[in-house]
Design a protein around this ligand. Structure first.
Ligand code: C2E
Ligand code: CA
Ligand code: CA
Ligand code: CA
Length: 279
């Protein structure tokens, strides 16, 4: 028994050691990823239901790892948060997304806007607000064409600092969107005390929708309440025509999802913006 215990113990510590080594190596690599140009953005279109045209893009980060290939954000953002790298990555995302938006606006897509995701860790530092405002000024986009996406739980976790940040952003005209809405525990009427402009219904509600009556009822209620509070509603993760129809009937303002387009490269996005279907 003792032998087994020791073996198990040895096995575990070896395993953990192995994992932390990999982890540390990845962290070091992530550190250099920005300088080496291994990070890049993809853009997923958000479509206005009333016009059928692209109203904005959501910038989504990716890492082209030299050995591992494409690494998705769920696999490195948490690491960046733990390793103290999320601020510099966040700044990199903001600068690049705003610069890209400026380029598209200059080419004639002047009403286009850009949405950027913020990590809950970034929302713990009040300086973030000034940082964002100065990036907007430097890139020359109008503040109203930038939307900051924060999750409901990130807002609640860091209430004081997060609220001071979104107050400041909102005061200069930057829009604030509540991401993954419906997965947290707060109510919309409570959140209305904060300067929020947009609600993004989490895609988990659309997974079995519209076949699940419950999900349809929840989505319907979120849209109705958001509208009564003067908020704009985006449904994300729209994959089927059937979902689109129901969302149209429920008067959802905008949709995002594989049905219209997956996240795409800058070049593909540029082409899509000028395609006949978008004019
Ligand atoms: P999110 O903000 O909820 O982004 C939406 C995710 O859903 C994206 O995954 C997108 O590719 C995916 N998606 C969009 N439409 C569909 C659909 O129709 N069906 C399905 N199954 N999925 C769809 P992605 O790009 O892997 O990003 C995952 C998460 O990583 C994001 O979730 C966001 O929380 C985070 N993230 C992405 N970029 C950044 C960034 O620049 N900074 C920070 N802090 N987080 C980021
Ligand atoms: Ca998002
Ligand atoms: Ca989301
Ligand atoms: Ca999410």
């Amino acid at each position: 028994k003792t032998t087994v215990g020791r073996d198990v113990c040895l096995y575990f510590s070896k395993e953990m050691n192995q994992r932390s080594k990999t982890q540390l190596r990845m962290e070091g690599q992530l550190h250099r990823a920005i300088e080496r140009g291994e990070l890049f953005l993809e853009y997923q279109p958000v479509v206005d239901m009333s016009t059928g045209r692209i109203s904005s893009f959501e910038a989504l980060i990716r890492w082209r790892h030299p050995e591992l290939g494409l690494v998705t954000p769920d696999n490195f953002i948490p690491m960046a948060e733990n390793a103290g790298l999320i601020e510099s990555i966040g700044d990199w995302v903001l600068e690049n997304a705003c610069r890209q938006l400026k380029a598209w606006q200059t080419r004639g897509h002047d009403h286009l806007s850009m949405a950027i995701n913020l990590s809950p860790v970034q929302l713990r530092k009040a300086e973030l607000a000034e940082n964002i405002v100065s990036i907007v000024e430097q890139t020359g986009i109008s503040p109203g064409s930038l939307t900051i996406e924060i999750t409901e739980s990130a807002l609640i976790q860091n209430l004081d600092t997060a609220v001071s940040i979104i107050d400041r952003l909102s005061s200069v005209g930057i829009r604030v969107s509540l991401d993954d809405f419906g997965t947290g525990y707060s109510s919309l009427s409570y959140l209305k005390r904060f300067p929020i402009d947009i609600v993004k219904i989490d895609r988990s509600f659309l997974q079995d929708f519209p076949s699940h009556a419950h999900d349809t009822a929840i989505i319907s209620a979120i849209i109705a309440m958001a509208h009564s509070l003067g908020l704009h509603v985006i449904a994300e993760g729209v994959e089927t025509e059937e979902q689109l129809k129901v969302l149209q009937n429920l008067k959802c303002d905008e949709i995002q999802g594989y049905l219209f387009s997956r996240p795409i490269s800058r070049e593909q996005a540029t082409a899509l913006l000028s395609s006949p279907s978008n004019i």
